[in-house]
Design a protein around this ligand. Structure first.
Ligand code: DCP
Length: 634
């Protein structure tokens, strides 16, 4: 459920940048003959010409839509060029598009805090850059405004086409504007400059929204596409929201939006204004009620997060119609492939960015034989992530079996799977100086993790599968994920500062049997406090999930992914629980089989932790990996 965030005191300048028909542009750069031509990118599939996933604006002019199959697109637009997504392991290989997205991010990040929200979307906090421009070189001469900025669409200004550019130039330079609008004008100029740079350096066009918060910037970035930008002055917010259908807001695309329509008769965001905060809270709970009350007024305190890397990695595949999987052997075959890719990607993330993923989640879309319309969903399942391809494969299969067991509810019936995906999430940066634990996680390679690829065999740019794509026409899907903090060094510096004395004391209590100075202990102390602090700041401290709570978290995540869109990930826990319940890096999560393969000194050290003196109050049920896979009930 969406939650209202505290409002910042000072006005901010936030941009949301979204690439135009992104995969098509990437393919057009690879093959310039496609430029200006009706073109679409198609998922690998031989059924009716494959599913369209990106459509050029030229093709859209002919009526081609993303929901079409290739054959239909050809009927509508006989001259269309259909380009197949690259394929690896029998599924779409998106690395080409991910690295193209990274090129853009590198440019956009030069001007302020940058949050990579999906494979082709970025939020920027340009407040400081705008303030600096206002101080150093405020726009004061309409003729000197960059043409790309002069082409901005500014909500609330007369849209008379012949005069538009002149009016925009004048608006950007108004000497009598209030400070908020002046900052926004600077933001618009900066975004225009960035978009020009992106075009020059990557050959890609993008569109953008510029506003005082993320929500408004996102809502307008797609309003004028392709290759345009839209600005939302504060004075235009109410008019804009008055006519904005509730379903246009990502968080209201699902059940919450339907409930607003059905239960409260709310059709537009502006309609929400007729309800008091108390009434909305009564209906939807305190947090969501306040959030609804605020968005009706264009208020959103959500911050741009400083992260250029994904917050999770996901690999998925759909099996439409006759391709549905109906037995465990075929599920295992596909899960193995998905897990192999996932393993490569988290290993690459570890090697390149020194980041560790902690949670493995399996999602599936399953129906029971003869019960296709059943509303019961296959439960998503999570467990601690163990590095090494075969371990991930093994755990994913167990998660599947456990989910299937719950889903079937003791019925002896056939089933059919139309989509499968695995996600690695709860990724954190490893503080510097942790070589021993790094070796542990990487595994004494060949022995513990036979399938872990050598770093040279994995893609340069760790991926970003960020959009939640659930159109049944797609054969492959990216799992929702968002970006994560990029710079390990920077983070560890901050962590060191953040690591309070109390925290250190608490950690040493947690591992009382470990005598003080070894490298891994240092790592854990630093890692734990850094992680703790980071989670605290991210609002991510939560109970250590046993199977049940882990399930709930997955459901909450799933709900959030669909309700809030792929640009945020969240958990079902906002408050920090007391001491021993906090989910920290846990020695109990360490696989004893791996420990056996460690160098003797590290092995001794870890074994000491794994067999701690009895601490009944700190040991929780469901905190070891095996408890995530209870024996199947007969
Ligand atoms: N994508 C996908 N499956 C989907 C939707 C999109 O694989 N069901 C991929 C292809 C898109 C890219 O993600 O190019 C970005 O998706 P967007 O929704 O941002 O759409 P586009 O960038 O293609 O077009 P637009 O210009 O409308 O943003």
């Amino acid at each position: 459920m969406p939650v209202a965030r505290p409002e910042p005191q000072e006005p901010r300048v936030i941009a949301h940048v979204d690439m135009d028909c992104f995969y098509v542009q990437v393919e057009q750069r690879r093959n310039p003959a496609l430029r200006g031509q009706p073109t679409a990118v198609v998922q690998y599939n031989d059924w009716k010409g494959g599913g369209l996933i990106a459509v050029s604006y030229e093709a859209r002019g002919f009526g081609v839509k993303r929901s079409m199959r290739g054959d239909e697109a050809k009927r509508v637009c006989p001259g269309i060029n259909l380009v197949q997504v690259p394929v690896a392991r029998g599924k779409a290989d998106l690395n080409l598009y991910r690295s193209a997205g990274s090129e853009v991010v590198a440019i956009l990040a030069s001007k302020g805090k940058c949050e990579r929200a999906s494979i082709d979307e970025v939020y920027l906090d340009l407040t400081d850059a705008a303030k600096e421009m206002l101080l150093q070189a405020p726009p004061d001469s309409p003729e000197e405004i960059l043409i790309e900025a002069a082409k901005s669409n500014i909500l609330g200004l007369p849209s008379d086409a012949s005069e538009k550019e002149k009016i925009v130039r004048a608006w950007l330079c108004r000497p009598d504007a209030d400070s908020e609008d002046k900052l926004l004008a600077c933001g618009a100029i900066i975004v225009a400059q960035l978009r020009v740079r992106v075009l020059e350096e990557t050959q890609f066009t993008c569109s953008a929204g510029i506003a005082h918060n993320k929500m408004l910037a996102k809502l307008v970035s797609g309003m004028h596409k392709p290759a345009q930008q839209t600005v939302v002055p504060s004075s235009s917010v109410q008019d804009f929201l008055a006519s904005l259908p509730v379903k246009k807001m990502k968080q209201l695309g699902g059940k919450l939006g339907s409930s607003l329509q059905d239960d409260l008769g709310v059709e537009t965001i502006g309609d929400l204004l007729s309800f008091t905060e108390e009434k909305l809270q009564e209906q939807y709970g305190v947090n969501t009620g306040t959030w609804l009350w605020k968005i009706a007024r264009g208020i959103s305190g959500e911050e741009v997060e400083d992260r250029l890397l994904p917050k999770s990695h996901g690999c998925g595949k759909t099996f439409p119609g006759p391709k549905a999987l109906k037995n465990s052997a075929s599920v295992k075959g596909w899960l193995d492939q998905l897990c192999e890719e996932l393993s490569e990607r988290i290993q690459s993330d570890l090697n390149q960015n020194k980041r560790i993923a902690q949670t493995l989640t399996l999602h599936a879309r399953v129906s029971k034989e003869n019960e296709r319309d059943s509303v019961k969903k296959f439960p998503s399942k999570s467990c601690p992530l163990r590095y090494g391809t075969w371990k991930i494969q093994e755990d994913a299969m167990k998660l599947f079996e456990s989910g299937l067991h719950d889903f079937l509810e003791y019925q002896n019936t056939g089933w059919s799977i139309t989509s499968l995906s695995v996600t690695a999430s709860k990724i954190f940066d490893i503080p510097s100086g942790t070589s021993s634990i790094l070796r542990y996680v990487k595994g004494p390679s060949s022995a513990s993790s036979p399938a872990i690829p050598d770093s040279s065999s994995v893609p340069e740019d760790p991926s970003l599968d960020n959009n939640v794509y659930v159109t049944p026409s797609n054969e492959e899907q990216c799992e929702p994920s968002t970006s994560e903090k990029e710079d390990g060094k920077k983070y560890s510096a901050i962590s060191a500062k953040q690591c309070s004395a109390n925290e250190a004391k608490r950690i040493s209590k947690k591992f009382p049997e470990v005598k003080g100075t070894s490298s891994i202990l240092k790592f854990l102390s630093r890692g734990q406090s850094a992680l703790h602090e980071k989670r605290k700041s991210d609002g991510l401290i939560c109970s250590h999930p046993g199977l049940e709570s882990s399930l709930e978290a997955s459901r909450a995540e799933e709900h959030n992914a669909s309700a809030q869109g792929a640009d945020r990930s969240s958990t079902n826990c906002g408050a920090e629980p007391s001491g021993s319940n906090a989910w920290m890096f846990n020695v109990e999560d360490i696989d004893p089989a791996v420990v056996e393969e460690l160098p003797p000194e590290i092995r001794r050290e870890i074994q000491g932790w794994i067999r701690p003196p009895k601490q009944p109050n700190t040991k929780r049920r469901g905190s070891t990996i095996s408890s995530y896979f209870p024996p199947a009930r007969s």
